[in-house]
Ligand binder design. Structure first.
Ligand SMILES: Nc1ncnc2c1ncn2[C@@H]1O[C@H](COP(=O)(O)OP(=O)(O)OP(=O)(O)O)[C@@H](O)[C@H]1O
Length: 290
């Protein structure tokens, strides 16, 4: 079992913006979701874990080793799938993986060849091994990203907004692949897509403005809202009234009608009980933190 323990982590950028505020988390093998809106501090947290930037205070232990003072320790065990790779060099997928494997310290030629072959098959890109990555579709590029992240047999894999820009079929395939690899390693998934966390993660945290709002197992977090969310179809001009007088946690157009969902300990007049969803947990946490 691998463990990642983040203790009282804070990060203030040079312009005095505090992007991470006293975050503490304990993560084991499996898929851990970090959910938060744009600007919440997810990328700042990821970059600090992978050692691209140093925190202002706090500690991070990976398998009980302090990785802020020993960044080399996690780098050897790390696979990182960033939001965007930028520009790909004009070489084939196979040769690019070979190059990355060398950078990751897979020195033995036979070992490198066998890992690349295995991973290209695993991500369904073996038939495209001689094509240049910049010619790939969005989904193929993401799967290539997974293959490069898995080179060198990492114990912790960090993926930042991995399904952005994928069509639904590609997103499903990609999620199935993440699920498949997460049994024996830590996978940290940063996203603003509630559905991906619901479908994939056994543990999760919600962050906003650099702070943790809530942490737990998605099912238990949903269960905490049982009998506390209610919904009603309203007209658009009633929205202000409800926003002033109720704790509105979501509003949605359903078949062109506006439906609001509110949080309340008691059933409000004319509202119907609603089965809580992770989306409600997310928006409820965010409204409490406004
Ligand atoms: N290098 C930096 N210097 C100053 N401020 C920064 C820097 N990087 C990020 N920030 C600020 O820190 C806050 C958190 O940004 P971060 O990129 O970590 O959020 P995020 O949750 O990953 O958002 P997104 O989903 O949009 O990438 C934002 O207000 C951002 O403007």
């Amino acid at each position: 079992m691998n463990t990642l323990e983040i203790k009282n982590l804070s990060l203030t950028y040079q312009n005095n913006h505090q992007a991470i505020k006293d975050i503490s988390l304990k993560v084991g093998n499996g898929m851990f979701g970090i959910l938060g809106p744009n600007g919440a501090g997810k990328s700042s947290l990821m970059k600090t874990i992978v050692g691209l930037q140093k925190p202002s205070s706090g500690s991070i232990l990976f398998n009980d080793i302090d990785i802020i003072n020993n960044p080399g320790y996690i780098k050897k065990s790390l696979g990182f799938l960033p939001q965007d790779f930028g520009v790909y060099p004009k070489i084939s997928a196979y040769n690019l993986l070979n190059h990355i494997a060398l950078l990751k310290g897979v020195k033995d030629r036979v070992e490198r060849k066998s890992q690349i072959q295995y991973l290209l098959n695993k991500v369904n890109l073996w038939d495209f091994r001689n094509k240049e990555v910049h010619t790939f579709s969005g989904g193929m590029k993401q799967r290539f990203g997974v293959a490069q992240a898995l080179l060198g047999d990492p114990k912790i894999i960090i993926v930042d907004e991995p399904t952005a820009g994928l069509d639904p079929a590609e997103r499903n395939r990609f999620n199935a692949l993440l699920n498949d690899i997460s049994t024996e390693v830590i996978v940290i998934l940063s996203t603003h897509l509630v559905e991906d966390v619901r479908n994939l993660c056994s543990e999760m945290t919600i962050i906003n403005k650099g702070e943790i709002l809530t942490t737990g197992n998605p099912k238990s977090l949903i269960a905490e809202l049982e009998n506390r969310v209610w919904s009603k179809t309203i007209s658009a001009d009633e929205l202000d009234f409800y926003q002033t007088n109720c704790q509105v946690i979501s509003q949605q157009l359903i078949e062109r009608e506006l439906q609001i969902t509110v949080f309340s300990e008691e059933q409000p007049n004319d509202f119907i009980p609603t089965k809580p969803l992770l989306e409600h947990v997310y928006f409820y946490a965010l409204t409490k933190n406004k």
